[in-house]
Structure formats: structure tokens, C-alpha cells
Design a protein around this ligand. Structure first.
Ligand code: ATP
Ligand code: ZN
Ligand code: MG
Ligand code: MG
Length: 472
């Protein structure tokens, strides 16, 4: 990317999360991801240019040296740090302001450092086959897919109801969302097609910040506070229908059938090895285990049979394995965090912090520290640091997003219309898509966010015990 030839008119607002705002190029398949600050700091940047640069370089290093090795290189695009002209950034920040959702405007885009992360645009992928139909990209932020089994867990409810489902009650009680999502991550991560289907249906019904759909790079479906949900679903169906007309159903495809086919294609992609077409490979599956959330509305009777677990080369399996590096639960981790904190206070030299790699660098040595962590606590600060590193990596995996890009198989290959209709009719299967699966949003979580995690955990659990357990 030639930053000297950057023209502000070539970039537009693409989306944002809690930590960053994303702009996309109108022609090239590129995005710029800029940091955000709390609005009250807008006159006064909370960090220097060097610190901002370091922060973004840390994100790149963490993604390429640590997360990529845990999650699988094929899913990861780490990008590169770029320095942008300040005038370019300022103009853009003004131009995109009116497109930002109001509920995200408690933060402002960083216009001081000129630093950004440049990434491939995963919502408008350049795939091998040129096609007339724009790709569909589905973004899922799946959250934590397992129940803790650590002996340090003090409240029994945490071993029965998953964190996401409990957190939903807290979010509604605190006014963050108006309605509770009935999505349960344990259903999505089950590897059982019915449960996964059920989970995705609830993501569609109440997307919050866990689900988005893009068509040809444009967001066509996401949570819009205050809008009429049924209208949104109708417009989604209008977008999806052309992708799912086939066989003898060309005219009378019902909305229900379109939605079912869409979800089925998505489930296939999530269970696949991450790329390619029909996903017909036979893969080793990992047992479903102790992984049912009591808050999930999925009918438990139905999972007695046919639960297969996740294929070990699937994106969900890799994410779940990485999340499970949180072996202690925050309640068991906090005392270890405290041991590290104490050590840093007793030995306040910067070299101690650096040797323990508390704030990076996120290199092979960091990865080795967390991978070679002994199973038994020997009371050392090294053990505590390794556990804290593992926990932070798990937190990133609990917070990342999956992007599934679906490209309808080239119409060109099937120029004989009659032949295709016959095949579709005979197979009565949805049309073929080629897909690619990526993981995004792999920022390292700061060391000092751990005390906040403990407090949040306590608030969520006590809120659930007070209000949630009573609700259906
Ligand atoms: P969170 O609040 O989830 O931590 P964040 O502030 O860390 O979010 P991202 O999730 O990285 O930010 O980016 C915000 C949104 O921008 C994403 O949800 C996604 O829709 C879009 N986005 C991010 N990176 C890309 C990319 N490489 N290609 C296309 N879209 C992207
Ligand atoms: Zn749940
Ligand atoms: Mg995100
Ligand atoms: Mg993030």
C-alpha cells in the first residue's frame, strides 16, 4: 500500500468494534483499522505516536507469532502497520462520523498518531473464480464455547450455565441491550448439525454484536437498535433468495427454505477444513463431551443421538482449543496474577517486566512460555506468568470473530442450463458455494485487564443468581 498516494475519497466507513474503527477501500480489497479513544480524551491523546505504533505492531506480532500458531496459519491474516498522513486521517474521521452507530460514539477515532493496521478486506475477497454474483460474507463472534471445570470455581451455576447466557441477563438488566439473545455458544461449538443450526438461527434473530452479513463488501444485516426487526429479516431474505433458488423450487422457494439452506451452507463451512468446496473430506471428530448449557433452549432429548463433536481441522475446533487454555477460570487465575503483580512490585526494575514479557514482545519465546507451562504449581513467578499468558491468549480466542466468505460456484462452469436444472432437480440440494474461512480481531488483551475480568465475572454471576435463574 503506497501511503503517499492515499486519497481520502477512495476510502469509506466499513464498521467498528469497541477498540477500533475500520475503513475500506472502494476498489482494492483492503481495509485500514484505526484505534479508538474514549471521547473524553479526544482533545488529549492518551498515548504518544511511538506508543500507538508499538500497540499496533504488538497486535501484528501477537497475531502472527502467537495466535496463528495456535489457531492455524490458514485462518489468519495479520496485516501490517502503516503510517498515514495526518490530514488524510482527519478528513476521513470527519467524513465517516455521521455513518457511525450512535451507541459506538462514546469513543472517537485516533486522529493523532497516523498509525493504522492495514489488512486484506475479508468481506470482499478476491477468490479464484470470477463470478457475477457478489460473495456473501458472514461474521460470527462466537464467544466462549465451554463450561469451566476448574476446581477454583466457587459458584456451581458457572459449571451449568455458560458465560454468554449468564452475561445476556446482565446486559439486559444493565440496559445495554433491550432483548436477550437466545444464542448459546455451546450449541455452536457442539459440532452437532442440529444444535449448530439452532444456534445460528438465534444469532440471526438477535444479532447484537455477534453476527453480521456482508454482500459484495457491504454490510446488509447487523443489529440495529431501535429498528423494526421483522423488516430487517424481510430485507435479509430479499438479499439471500437469489443465492438459494434451485431445482424445482425456482419459483416457490419459501422464506423458511431459503433461511434453512443458508444456515446449512454456513454450518458446512464452519465444519470444513477452512477452504474449498463441498467439504466431503472425512475428518477425525472430537467428542462433544460435557458441553451442554442449561440455559440453552435446545431440546436436550434431541442430542442423545448423533452428536459427533467438531472435526479437528475446523475453525471452531481450533478456536475452542485455544479458549480452553483458560484452565483455571478467572477465580483460579486471579491469585496467580496477584503473584506476578507482587513480584513486579518487589522488583520494580523494567528489566524484570521485560524478561517476563508482560507487555510483549509477542515472539516465539512468548509462545514457548505459555506452551511449556508445567502442570503443577511450584510456587514460582514463572509458573504464574505462564498461566497469565495462557489466560490472555484464551481471552483473545473468546473475543475473536470468524469470517466465512461464500462465493457461488461459477455460473460459467454450468453453461448448459438444462443440464444444471436436471442436476439440481435430481439432487435437490442447495447450490454449491466455494468458501474460505478466516479469523479476525486477534488483539492481545492487556495484563492489567485481569482484575476487571474478576469483577465482571462476579457481577454477572450474582446478577444471574438474583434475576436470571428465575426466568425461562
Ligand atoms: P471488538 O469490539 O469485537 O473487540 P474491535 O474494536 O477489536 O472489535 P474488529 O472486530 O477488529 O474491532 O473490527 C470491527 C469490525 O470491522 C469487525 O467486526 C468487522 O465487521 C470489520 N472488520 C475488521 N477487520 C476486517 C477485515 N480484515 N476485513 C473486513 N472487515 C473487517
Ligand atoms: Zn449457554
Ligand atoms: Mg471484533
Ligand atoms: Mg477486538
Amino acid at each position: 500500500m503506497d501511503v503517499d498516494k492515499m486519497e481520502e475519497k477512495d476510502w469509506k466507513y466499513h464498521g467498528e468494534g469497541n477498540k477500533s474503527l475500520v475503513l475500506s477501500h472502494v476498489q482494492l480489497s483492503r481495509v485500514l483499522r484505526l484505534l479508538k479513544y474514549p471521547a473524553e480524551d479526544s482533545e488529549n491523546p492518551p498515548q504518544t505516536v511511538e506508543q500507538a505504533f508499538r500497540q499496533i505492531q504488538n497486535i501484528v506480532d501477537f497475531s502472527s507469532n502467537v495466535m496463528s500458531s495456535l489457531l492455524g496459519e490458514k485462518f489468519i491474516h495479520s496485516g501490517e502497520v502503516v503510517k498515514l498522513p495526518l490530514e488524510f486521517v482527519r478528513q476521513l474521521s470527519i467524513r465517516v462520523q455521521h455513518q457511525r452507530p450512535a451507541w459506538r460514539c462514546d469513543k472517537v477515532m485516533d486522529i493523532y498518531s497516523g498509525c493504522a493496521l492495514c489488512l486484506p478486506n475479508l468481506t470482499s475477497p478476491v477468490l479464484h473464480q470470477p463470478t457475477h454474483t457478489p460473495p456473501l460474507c458472514i461474521e460470527i463472534k462466537p464467544k466462549c464455547g465451554f463450561l469451566p471445570s476448574s476446581k477454583h470455581v466457587s459458584k456451581d451455576i458457572k459449571t451449568k450455565v455458560c458465560r454468554f447466557c449468564m452475561h445476556q441477563h446482565y446486559k439486559v438488566a444493565s440496559g445495554k441491550w433491550r432483548r436477550r439473545s437466545l444464542y448459546c455458544p455451546l450449541d455452536l461449538f457442539s459440532g452437532n448439525r442440529q444444535r449448530m443450526h439452532f444456534a445460528i438461527r438465534h444469532l440471526i434473530e438477535e444479532p447484537q454484536n455477534n453476527f453480521k452479513i456482508f454482500k459484495g463488501g457491504q454490510c446488509i444485516y447487523s443489529s440495529k437498535e431501535g429498528s423494526d426487526d421483522s423488516l430487517d429479516l424481510n430485507s435479509l431474505l430479499h438479499h439471500l433468495r437469489p443465492y438459494f433458488l434451485y431445482g424445482n423450487n425456482r419459483i416457490n422457494t419459501t422464506s423458511k427454505a431459503v433461511l434453512n439452506d443458508f444456515i446449512q451452507v454456513l454450518v458446512n463451512a464452519l465444519l470444513s477444513g477452512g477452504g474449498g468446496g463441498d467439504g466431503g473430506m472425512v475428518t477425525e471428530r472430537q467428542g462433544e463431551g460435557r458441553s451442554f448449557c442449561e440455559a440453552s433452549l435446545f431440546n436436550k432429548e434431541r442430542i442423545r443421538h448423533g452428536s459427533q463433536g467438531l472435526p479437528s481441522d475446523s475453525v471452531l475446533f481450533r478456536i475452542l482449543q485455544t479458549q480452553m487454555l483458560d484452565t483455571q477460570d478467572i477465580e483460579g487465575l486471579y491469585p496467580l496474577y496477584h503473584r506476578v503483580e507482587q513480584h513486579l512490585q518487589d522488583f520494580p526494575k523494567e528489566s524484570v517486566r521485560t524478561r517476563l514479557q508482560i507487555d510483549g514482545p509477542y515472539d516465539e519465546a512468548f509462545l514457548e512460555k505459555l506452551q511449556k507451562c508445567p502442570t503443577e504449581d511450584d510456587g514460582s513467578v514463572e509458573f504464574a506468568v505462564a498461566k497469565v499468558h495462557q489466560y490472555r491468549v484464551a481471552m483473545t480466542a473468546k473475543d475473536c470473530s470468524i469470517m466465512v466468505a461464500l462465493v457461488p460456484s461459477s455460473e460459467k462452469e454450468e453453461d448448459d442450463e438444462g443440464q444444471r436444472q436436471l442436476r439440481d432437480f435430481l439432487s435437490s440440494r442447495p447450490p454449491a458455494f466455494s468458501y474460505s474461512v478466516s479469523i479476525l480481531d486477534l488483539d492481545p488483551k492487556p495484563f492489567d485487564s485481569i482484575p476487571r475480568q474478576l469483577r465482571l465475572d462476579q457481577k454477572i454471576v450474582s446478577c444471574y443468581l438474583r434475576t436470571g435463574g428465575a426466568l425461562p
